[in-house]
Design a protein around this ligand. Sequence first.
Ligand code: SDX
Length: 394
Amino acid sequence: HTGMFTYDPGFVATASCRSAITYIDGDKGILRYRGYPIEQLAKEASFLEVAYLLMYGDLPSAEEMTKFDNTIRHHTMIKETLKSFFDGFQYDAHPMGIMVGVVGSLSAFYHDSLDINNPRHREISAHRLIAKMPTIAAASYKHNVGEAFIYPQNDLDYCENFLHMMFSNPCEEYTPDPVAVKAINTLFILHADHEQNASTSTVRLSGSSQANPFACIAAGIASLWGPSHGGANEAVLDMLNEIGDVSQIDKYIAKAKDKDDPFRLMGFGHRVYKNFDPRATLIREVCHEVLANMKGNDDNPLFELALRLEQVALEDEYFVERKLYPNVDFYSGIIYQALGIPTSMFTVMFAVARTVGWVAHWMEMMDDPEFRIGRPRQLYTGAPMRDYVPVDKR
Ligand code: SDX
């Protein structure tokens, strides 16, 4: 179930895995969570509503939503002793490195009391992870900027609470801008799940040995960090800053096409989407909204540059032939930057949102009576059988 392989005529092993959580049609640019089109969820739902949907398979009733919201709202604190864990990191440690370490350390806290074969214990672990990720993420940021950690507030909704923990300080309470809260809610929904991507497959494979779920999510964070995956949102901003202005676009498009040049157009291309990534289209709309409605962002040169870069690339036969379109990471960083979130935290934002997909897939796998440990097979391409030769004869 988790590692079933089929071989196509070209002897290229392709992994396949059955799941009822997310459906993608890469050619048509379709993405649905439990059958609901991402376009509707992004516009109508709250992030926690989508978290419930991904975990339990249906949208919650009002009563179920209240109960779920209360559960998450009342488990956002982390143990005080965990705060000293952050002190072990250099002030300039990358927040994703801190996230891998701190989330992994939760497996030490919640280990002895966790019976992996007990569905209720698994559900509690999933709830704890969803509840604590924003707190750990914000603490990673505060450690980076040398500010005091800010406690979560139980009277704030999930996204508001996250912004509060990020931007409040002991001297001044941050009042979340409704535009920012709505943008974070939409971005979290759009990043929540994406079928068997590298980090989700990492969580499933590590979880298939019945490993501690907190340790498995830490493995997912590590995989997401890579610039070919979730780390691309940070790489896009670095790329746009390197390009500088529209006069340099043609030069960088040429570099992206040059096989001898390692430069790739970050935020472009996808393993599955050979059409528009529907999330990129929705995120571009959020970008317009945030820049139009948040003071001090009206003329965002990076957004103008990104729009022009997208236009030039989509008119270039190299990208058209290879069906390379903007993906989820192309515009998200511009929004995060407009909200005051530093580049180093962009992939952390992705990890907070994707935790919901990771735990949903982990629960689906662990709840499946037929599930077995994953065991990827290989196509052996090494030396044929041969005898040992003593070193004085080599
Ligand atoms: C995410 O799996 C998921 O669902 C991931 C994700 C999720 O939600 O979990 O959607 C999130 O990871 C999005 C992807 C973020 N990464 C980037 O934006 C990094 C830049 N993109 C590339 O590294 C690349 O497009 C990948 C890694 C995303 C896909 O790599 P592939 O599978 O090698 O791309 P491909 O097979 O479609 O490439 C076809 C051709 C190749 O050239 P040729 O050998 O045919 O001549 O297109 C080229 C590639 O070299 N190509 C690019 C390119 N992406 C592919 N050339 C220039 N710039 C690019 N961005």
